[in-house]
Design a protein around this ligand. Structure first.
Ligand code: ADP
Length: 620
């Protein structure tokens, strides 16, 4: 039979960009290429271990599962070989010619802008490790043969520039052999000592035998099955680094062992940083499901839900059958029990950190607040537990500080039936919201929601420990001013007249005009007629649907304010004063500008200029 000829392919443009970054901007920590190749070999071995158990038709079924590293000093070659699943021709093209990851172009942009020390970690976490070998190799040859019965072997070759070739080859045993033709300056990777040292540093937890020039390296296997008492913090940290392809230590970890009602061991980690919150790429679910040390699903969303995708770790249960399918995982009672117990422990740990080590928790919050807020929306069952973890800015704290809901209730006391909040884009503008005046006067705390997600959170929660959330603008908060009886009838009448006047001038633009019981200093405020969405939320709706119409607000005036007093005076003397009309219209537009819901900007500027002209006339 004739062998397939050599074929030439061009790398996908994103791969070319990545290779360029790898080769021309990374000079330190190049050794991590080995960690990446070993991690790929481990993946391939994990997959075959699983296939062997469920599938009869496998090439070289009895071949030992192992990784071999050999060093050829005369040819400057480092060779790493595994007996994993191998790749077919099509898989070679897909896996080693493209980047199968959503958000790749954004990732590459951020990568090229990041500092050198960070780059390596980004690459490991994003998962494009194979290509990092081009940091040390001037040419790479990949010999591979798939586990599928009757597969041919193929050779993939590239110099890491624009293209690669594929041709048929001969390879006796299933798996992959990667030969790196090292660059002149990278000869240290031909030293057995360097290789052994690098493996122990980054890849100590390889669950398969690994040999360097026939010497077996002592690795630690499945630490999650070992008793907690025999493990030190360093063991967990090392395992995390191996698991996450990172040099970073975790923020915290949890080790669970349970025998009843379901047997399982698990280790979970919360990372110290988040690429997702830094806008890099969406984190892939990070908890892998094992059964008796056999990996049955990477990133198992059915146990650790999508919103907790930042949690890394492993779950291993003897009670889960190896051949469980995706569909049955979802409906398996044991899986459900593992899930309940695991989530309970994760939330407990986070709550404990929040209570005992605020600084640590603030870092977790900075990185994963978005995930927890997502959890409020999607995880009805754990909503209450997650709500204990939420933090908010508040009127009784400095701008940078946060409080939790428990703290709010403790301060509010039994009598207060609501949790008040105000929304806005940033703390500075929230603090200027006139709706807060009454709350300040009465010394009532208000939560400042400056993240658009907060309102979605409040919408789903509706209440916390029996107290309902209430928007400051729609809250019926009154300031106890001296009794209205103290004012004479004319005063009330004059104000009423101004109100009638404003109603005719504003017409359809507002729902009503009223005397405000909540303002202290400001002349006026727009309040919400009912518990409808906040302006922030309405703006989001408007973004989604151009035709969305903002709900009509109530225009409240403060008769104690100087400007309003003057307007009352002018109205009484000259009800048809054109200046009064301009001022009145401008006052409403000012409020709308404040809320960012203005639609008649073109009429505002000439009007302000007219008002300015009038003001000039009064200046000598
Ligand atoms: P990642 O491993 O994070 O997916 P890589 O760029 O390192 O990214 O590898 C791309 C893909 O190539 C892997 O997902 C895998 O499918 C395939 N691959 C790499 N190395 C091997 C190997 N030793 N055996 C089988 N497949 C491999």
């Amino acid at each position: 039979m004739e062998r397939e000829k050599l074929e030439k392919f061009e790398f996908e443009s994103e791969v070319k960009q990545l290779l360029h970054i790898l080769v021309y901007s990374l000079y330190k920590n190049k050794e991590i290429f080995l960690r990446e190749l070993i991690s790929n070999a481990v993946d391939a071995l994990n997959k075959i271990k699983f296939e062997i158990l469920i599938n009869k038709d496998i090439e070289d079924k009895d071949e030992a599962l192992r990784i071999d590293i050999s060093l050829n000093r005369t040819q400057n070659k480092l060779i790493i070989e595994d007996t994993g699943i191998g790749m077919t021709r099509d898989e070679l093209i897909k896996n080693l010619g493209t980047i199968a990851h959503s958000g790749t172009s954004n990732f590459l942009k951020k990568l090229s802008e990041s500092k050198e020390e960070e780059k390596i970690d980004f690459i490991g976490k994003f998962g494009v490790g194979f290509y990092s070998s081009f940091m040390v190799a001037k040419e790479i040859h990949v010999y591979t043969k798939s586990f599928k019965k009757g597969s041919k072997a193929f050779l993939w070759r590239s110099k890491g520039d624009a293209d690669y070739t594929i041709e048929e080859t001969i390879k006796k045993i299933r798996g992959t052999r990667i030969e790196l033709l090292l660059k002149k300056d990278e000869k240290e990777f031909l030293e057995k000592f360097t290789i052994k040292h690098t493996i122990l540093k980054h890849s100590k937890f390889i669950p398969f035998p690994i040999y360097v020039e026939k010497d077996k390296i002592e690795t630690s296997e499945a630490i999650w099955t070992q008793p907690k008492s025999t493990l030190k913090k360093e063991d967990y940290y090392g395992f995390y680094k191996f698991l996450g392809n990172t040099q970073e230590e975790p923020e915290t970890y949890i080790h669970l062992s349970s025998d009843a009602p379901v047997q399982f061991n698990a280790i979970f980690f919360v990372p110290k940083t988040s690429f997702e919150s830094a806008g890099f790429f969406k984190t892939e679910p990070g908890v892998d499901l094992y059964s008796k040390k056999i990996l049955i699903q990477k990133g198992c969303k059915d146990i650790i839900p999508e919103y907790l995708r930042f949690v890394k770790g492993v779950i291993d249960s003897e009670d889960i059958p190896i051949n469980i399918s995706r569909e049955t995982i979802q409906n398996n009672i044991k899986i459900d029990k593992i899930k309940k117990h695991s989530l309970k422990k994760i939330f407990q740990q986070l709550t404990k950190i929040k209570e005992k080590d605020r600084e640590k928790y603030l870092n977790i919050w900075k990185n994963f607040a978005k995930n927890l807020k997502e959890g409020i929306a999607y995880d009805f069952e754990n909503r209450e537990k997650i709500s204990d973890l939420l933090l908010f800015h508040s009127s009784k704290k400095s701008k940078k500080d946060f409080i939790d809901l428990k703290e709010y209730l403790d301060r509010a006391g039994e009598k207060q039936k609501e949790i008040f909040y105000v929304t806005g884009l940033d703390i500075e503008s929230i603090e200027k919201n006139p709706a807060l005046e009454a709350f300040r006067k009465k010394d009532i705390e208000v939560l400042y929601l400056n993240d658009p997600l907060d309102e979605i959170v409040i919408d789903h929660l509706r209440e916390y420990k029996g107290k309902i959330f209430k928007m400051a603008e729609s809250a019926d908060i009154k300031i106890d001013k001296e009794k209205d009886g103290g004012k004479d009838e004319n005063y009330l009448k004059d104000n009423e007249n101004l109100i009638l006047y404003l109603k005719t001038i504003y017409g359809e633009r507002i729902a009503d005009v009223k005397i405000s019981k909540r303002l202290v200093d400001s002349p006026c405020i727009l309040s919400h007629p009912n518990d409808g969405p906040s302006v922030q939320m309405e703006k989001i709706m408007k973004m989604v649907n151009k035709d969305y119409k903002f709900s009509k607000k109530i225009f409240e005036i403060n008769p104690e304010n100087k400007l309003i007093k003057n307007m009352v005076r002018i109205h009484k003397a000259t009800p048809d004063s054109p200046e009064l009309k301009a001022i009145s219209l401008q006052l409403l537009d000012n409020m709308m500008l404040r809320e960012g819901i203005i639609d008649n900007i073109d009429t505002i500027i000439p009007r302000i200029q007219d008002i300015m002209l009038q003001a000039c006339k009064n200046i000598k």
